[in-house]
Design a binder for this molecule. Structure first.
Ligand SMILES: [Zn+2]
Length: 298
């Protein structure tokens, strides 16, 4: 992972550090990184490996290291706080994942204690338990989980999370693959019932960027994470509309750095440079890469 003494920097660490040092930041906060039980992560990697032949989309994982090495790498990048986004694809998994994530946050204090849920019997109970035991952020994946955020089983969950002010990073956009419940419609209906929910739209809502930015403009607690957005990879597939650039500046206090580390098909620094080349200025970059998340998770 590191330069092994020969001066090479294969992981792009120097570029990452130069980025936040130039901005005068103490480091960066990444709200969208993945740490999971090893067998689950292997399955995720196998999915991305198969994505090439299946969809014509090559997705080589840049940081396919073991857990210790991935943690050391994030820290060497100067990532001060991060998350362990995990998510079930079926019933009966979420409580187990939450147990793992609580243990992970215990042994990795710079990781925000992360939790998840699925529409199933008992969901309100294990979500309440997670919040009471200190979960700081939740992940909901509507494409992988293939559930409706408006499922009646989840009604008490959203209410509880809104009341507790715990952010929920939600994969609700229809990229890279749409699902039955992705897109702004289902989430819009959810927000109309829970307007104070701290929903963080993952991936800037790609490809429905404009619609999700409109939701953020309408609901002051809605935020968006930058995960993969604006990178060459995303711009090739689903370019961010130039007409929406002004809204990025207007909503600058509600945009949070996210990256999808380690499951990304390019070096970590590319996400940062992709934000920089938007040309929205250093104050915007400082807010997005540090200040906004620091305020949210104070
Ligand atoms: Zn992700």
């Amino acid at each position: 992972m590191s330069d092994g003494g020969d001066g090479r920097d294969d992981d792009g660490r120097d570029e990452v550090v130069r980025f936040w040092q130039r901005l005068g930041l103490p480091g960066i906060i990444d709200v969208h990184t993945h740490f999971m039980p090893e067998p689950v992560l292997r399955k995720v990697w196998a999915y991305f490996d198969a994505a090439g032949p299946l969809t014509g989309l090559e997705w080589p994982i840049t940081y396919r290291h073991d857990e210790e090495e991935r943690l050391a790498l994030l820290r060497s990048f100067g990532v001060l706080r991060f998350t362990s986004m995990l998510y079930p694809h079926k019933a009966g998994m979420a409580a187990w994942l939450n147990g793992w994530a609580a243990g992970f946050a215990d042994r990795v204090p710079d990781c925000l204690h992360t939790a998840t849920f699925f529409p199933e019997e008992g969901v309100a109970d294990y979500v309440r338990e997670a919040v009471e035991s200190g979960a700081r952020v939740f992940k909901s994946h509507l494409q992988v989980g293939a559930y409706d955020p408006n499922d009646p089983l989840l009604e008490p969950v959203w209410g509880l999370l809104a009341e507790a002010g715990v952010p929920v990073v939600t994969h609700c956009g229809s990229g890279p693959v749409p699902g039955a419940y992705t897109g702004p419609g289902p989430i819009g209906r959810l927000l109309s019932r829970h307007p104070r929910l701290r929903l963080v739209v993952a991936h800037m809502g790609m490809p429905e960027y404009a619609e999700f930015l409109a939701l953020a403009a309408a609901y002051p607690e809605v935020r968006l994470d930058t995960t993969m957005a604006f990178t060459d990879f995303a711009e090739d597939l689903t370019p961010f509309p130039a007409a929406e650039r002004g809204r990025l500046a207007d909503l600058g206090e509600r945009i949070l750095l996210g990256t999808d580390f380690p499951n990304i098909p390019y070096p970590y620094a590319h996400q940062l440079h992709a934000l920089e080349r938007l040309g929205l200025g250093d104050a915007w970059l400082r807010a997005v890469c540090h200040g906004n998340a620091s305020a949210l998770f104070r």
